[in-house]
Design a protein around this ligand. Sequence first.
Ligand code: GAL
Length: 951
Amino acid sequence: MKCNKGLCLMLGMVIMLSMGSSNLYAQVRERLLMNFDWKFAYGHAGDVARDFNVGTRYFTYLAKAGYADGAAAPEFDDRSWRPLDLPHDWAVEQGFAPHASHSHGYKTVGPGFPENSVGWYRKNFSLPAEDEGKRIFLEFDGIYRDARVWVNGFYCGNEPSGYASFAFDVTEYLNFGGENVIAVRADASMEEGWFYEGAGIYRHVWLTKVAPLHVPQYGTFVTSSVGEKQAALTARVEVQNKALEVAEFELVNVVLDPGGQEVARKSAGSFRMAPMERRTFIDSLDVADPLLWDLEQPHLYTMESHLLQNGATVDIYRTTFGIRTIEWTADKGFFLNGRHVKIKGTNNHQNHAGVGTAIPDALHEWRLKQLKAMGNNAYRTAHYPPTPALLEAADRVGMLILNENRLMGTTDQIMDYLGRLMVRDRNHPSVVLWSIGNEEWSIETNDRGARMAEIMQAYARRFDTTRPLNAAVSGSWGGGISSVIEVMGYNYLRHGDTDVHHERFPWQPSLGTEEGSTNTTRGIYFDDAERQYLAAYDRDTPTGFFAIQHGWKHYASRDYLAGMVIWTGFDYRGESTPFTYPSVLSYFGMFDLCGFPKDNVYYLKSWWSREDVLHILPHWNWPGREGEGIDVWVYSNMDEVELFLNNKSLGRKTMELNSHLSWEVPYKAGTLKAVGYKAGQRKMTRVVETTGAARQVHLRADRTEIKADRRDVAVVTVALKDRKGRTVPDANVLVDFDISGPASIIGVGNGDPTSHEPDRFIPSYLRVEPAAWKEAPAGGLDVAAAVRPDYDDKSWGAAFPEEGLAPGSQAEATVFRGRFALTREQLEGEITWMFRSIGTGQSVYLNGHLLAEGLSDEQKRHTFSLPAEHLSVGSNTLVIVAHPYVKNHVWDEPNVNPGELQVVLPAGQWQRRTFNGLAQVLVQSTGAPGEVVLTGKAEHLQDFQLKLVAQ
Ligand code: GAL
């Protein structure tokens, strides 16, 4: 075929555009997950020397670009640090102490624990030479907290917030075709919240590679207006020209339906942008017969924004979005796609058993699914921007998100966090409400609060007008923030009268942003103040918080109230109200910290879900209480329920809407049976039986297959069963876990609020610094004697004098002697000397045994694994015979540190007690495919082997 140049160019363009865009996408844009193979070590919040001397050098990183020192320097020797993968929460690995923070669950991090409050992370990575010319961004989804970041010794900046996502364009700092180092310092000394917040890089890290002309991160905003048979999309696409030349380009937006089929394509036009210019282009596209994003069928569309230069695609940016309508009304509540949806929600913190805040993506999804199965349709991200992974899961699962800002404030710097949250999250169809703040006690009731709310709302409208703004207010409703906020959030009915407020502010949509705050312990049915357990019956609290049923009846019976959001879906660490230490978890959850349902879940499921529910509480193992009246409750959405004890009817009762039934039953071992009737017909039966003693460990995973991707997780329930296979509801037994195959255990839990058992069993990485180095010239010494540990070196001077060897001087052979001490426990570990050359022609000895000789200075680092048979408890001696480096210029800094020892103590046995019959094990792929076997063992009980497949 013959064609002129223009036509050929056009054809080429068409071909490139239609050649499976996923192929093309991979060619123009890469987003690499940077979670694997980091190094970690504790720094120090109050002692620079123990914080790797960062910022101590003459001319440091704030003085000159690329001048990082200590652990921030690229050449820093991190070989003795602990290797790990992200996400990571070091607080969850700490123990507990009574004087530690109540808010943070008494973990030994924060004020009073400077040695546990700073964490350093380093990662090496190489970049291919072909990446030269691309722009490269380092993106953090969130670090707790006050993060400082360096790349190859260049200081990139800091992010004080423990919840904000942030990114740096690090292109100029990188070595293309070479090695690169990221260093991150996180300082968790301060608390941002009054709840457990974790510590460290507890969310994902990414490296994004794009062309100089590209759509920046979060650079798009797709909105839709939904008509009869089509949706009109508005695409706002920001383009950035980071080239040094003017860029001429065409922007083409392509819409893919949930199946990946192209359903719309349009050129937004051809444009010219100056170097460093950033501009937003607005275009409209139509989608015929759109599949709406909804709770049951959360259809997701993708918009691809293609940038073309001279006919070639230079960037494709993908935006996942949903087509749906939302409406918040003052008198009828909330509407999704024109359909009334009562908000049935829970508040939740990012916190789970075993892993703390470092929740893998699969676990986020699992948690949302537990909530969803309860009939929960909304999730308030109390009280901070969530991790993007949670929103992606909510988009997929079909969950409404009430997305909350952390701190209220009206300075540019503080308000900017709200703007960044909105820009980051505004394409998620799951997000239906923005919250500017929660219970801001000093301002919520007064005029200052009202003014601040107005300013924040006006500011927020710059970023999104498709969702309204909310604040959660805990009192003095009618004044302050509550008088101006677009969607009123009531925190707790005990604080006021929603009817009165609604009458005064009839224009204002509203919902219960918090209700509940009741305190229960899973599997406990008698309060036990001494052991700090509270019965799982749904009750008003002595401090005036309403029972879940009490609160729900209020919210369910008023149309103007959009719904109720319970405090909380899951228990979390910290806030162990009404107790203090030794209790370390909250008691507010409908589910415990592991996601095991407490009985309230069945109350909610009865009235929130469409499933038939019939649930009896308590369990029926009450030896010693024979004849005693026990409160038996039934949660159900049947019309009537009849209860039987050992086949004797205790009466048939009619269920009232949004209520429960109860009987007082004199205890006698045997069977409690509930029979549920609908429209007079027997519909379902449930039994609770007195079980026998625990006989076997039983393991069950949420699924039998996980992806072999080093990320995917199976959630394993450990249950103790009796001879008949019934879970024993009061069995508290220590279970050991072993795993083989390509997976590892990443955490264990049991939901017991007073348990101080470890969540993680990991090797300890200790660093032992040889000290008291002395030196003497080798000439005139009996070197063979001087390398022995018992040699008397009292008369020797301190090694490595400040001034070093003068320029031009001869480096005489010198003997250096240093010492380190080991405890008996440390001697059990693996001990490695991370040796660093201090000169040329080095021979190296441990307690008189030669480790190596003739080491040149060319390879400056050597690793010596120190054999246990040559080590002793107490003092050990290291000797180096070498020609030390000469200091040729005053600014020369020859190495005078022969390196430290790494002592690795093996991880303890993975284990956990069951709490009221249950425990949990989180199993994560280690990357390879294969069969995984998890074994659970307990004394006197039958073992269990669970098989999973990683592929
Ligand atoms: C609320 C607060 C929540 C939680 C709860 C406990 O006042 O907003 O974060 O602390 O009390 O009852």
